[in-house]
Design a protein around this ligand. Structure first.
Ligand code: NAD
Ligand code: TYD
Length: 361
């Protein structure tokens, strides 16, 4: 039975990944989820699996060397899947330091502890041990509006925001471990994810939440920035495929040729909400294009991201299974059916964050 150490498993992608893995492997794997439970970590995302015998949650900071090495000492870890990170660009613009702390130093601690646990006397690594570093396409910087321009694995790293700079730094550290020690790792660089359990500071859940409550829908700049959206379960599947079938030491881009301008996304959400909400639901009256509000642009706002998934398709046979029109309906339905989840995560600190982030914009 393989034992996984998943970091950041209480966050958006990590919790979807854990669901994906138990659906796929059931009792054939064991998962240890290590999460500090920052504002973005929510154990409610894992309620349905928390009592499984083959699942353990440990509250710990990935920067805490003692706590992480203790987990390696007490468990024979076969796979590390490293999601834990500070993940929101706007927060990184306001407070870059914690991004360096968690994303760079935290990754260094994870690499060091895994290396110490897996390295043998002759410098080789124990058979079958693998580390996967989950990263983003934002490390490649911004593309021009030319529809033939894409990010490839060979595209030079050129991050612009403190978030993407910290992720690029952590990618480089993983690469250094691969190059220096032949450390058994892969790096994945994925495009923007959407789906259930995403914290409503990110565009899609923020727009759904604001539209349902009749609040302004803040559009940064001219609304024509492009992101390449991927359903989160397709990302989870790709991570598992790369870890099991990918060539160790290599980087894989993950994305779905699903480029959309932000304003298009907002219009699709409004149309889908109108369609899905019954006339009897009082929230329906709130949903209106009149809520769209152009606000001051994000500093250093990357214009366009678009992944060329040629390598992962050709080498591993991965492709995005969920069409955007289906994935966005599933996602909106999930938020409509999980109003209490949204209420709980948007109370308290989120309200303070929202007021300070959008005041005067
Ligand atoms: P998220 O913010 O929803 O979740 C991050 C999780 O990490 C939370 O559970 C949080 O509590 C935990 N965490 C934060 N700091 C920690 C620390 N010091 N120690 C332990 N746990 C800590 O993020 P997400 O959107 O799920 O992203 C997960 C990973 O995927 C990140 O590495 C991110 O860079 C990458 N990624 C995200 C996207 C996207 O569209 N969201 C796209 C590509 C790659
Ligand atoms: P976001 O979900 O923060 O992801 P990222 O910055 O990592 O791509 O933002 C997606 C896009 O939506 C990005 O171009 C910024 C834009 N955006 C808005 O226009 N308004 C908002 O309130 C937010 C949060 C984002």
């Amino acid at each position: 039975m393989r034992t996984y150490l998943v970091t950041g498993g209480a966050g958006f992608i990590g919790s979807n990944y854990i669901h994906y893995m138990f659906d796929k492997y059931d009792n054939d794997i064991r998962i240890i989820n290590v999460d500090k439970l920052t504002y973005a970590g929510n154990l409610e995302n894992l309620k349905d699996i928390e009592n499984r015998d083959n699942y353990t949650f440990i509250k710990a900071d990935i920067c805490d060397k003692d706590a992480i090495s203790k987990i390696f000492a007490e468990n024979d870890i076969d796979r590390v899947v490293h999601f834990a990170a500070e993940s929101h660009v706007d927060r990184s613009i306001k407070n870059p330091e914690v991004f360096v702390q968690t994303n760079v130093l935290g990754t260094a601690v994870m690499l060091n502890c895994a290396k110490a646990a897996w390295e043998q006397e002759d410098g080789s690594f124990k058979e079958g041990k693998k580390f996967l570093h989950v990263s983003t396409d934002e490390v490649y910087g911004s593309l021009p509006e030319d529809p033939d321009a894409y990010f490839y694995e060979t595209t030079p790293i050129d991050p612009h925001s403190p978030y993407s700079a910290s992720k690029a730094s952590s990618d480089m550290l993983v690469k250094a471990y691969i190059d220096t020690y032949h450390f058994p790792a892969n790096i994945t660089n994925c495009s923007n994810n959407y789906g259930p359990y995403q914290f409503p500071e990110k565009l899609i859940p923020l727009i759904i939440n604001n539209a349902l409550s009749g609040k302004n829908l803040p559009v940064y700049g001219d609304g024509k920035n492009v992101r390449d959206w991927l359903y989160v379960m397709d990302h989870a599947k790709a991570i598992d495929m790369v870890q099991e079938e990918g060539v160790l030491g290599q980087r894989y881009n993950i994305g779905g040729h699903n480029e959309k301008q932000n304003i298009e996304i907002i219009e699709i959400i409004l149309d889908t909400l109108q369609e899905l909400l019954p006339d009897s639901d009082p929230r329906k009256a709130n949903v209106s294009r009149n809520l769209i509000t152009y606000v001051t642009d994000r500093k250093g706002h990357d214009r366009r991201y678009a992944i060329a998934p040629d390598k992962i398709k050709a080498d591993l046979g991965w492709f995005p299974e969920t069409m955007f029109k289906d994935g966005i309906r599933l996602t909106i339905k999930w938020y409509l059916e999980n109003e209490e989840w949204m209420k709980r995560v948007t109370s308290g600190d989120y309200q303070k964050y929202y007021d300070s982030m959008y005041a005067g914009r």
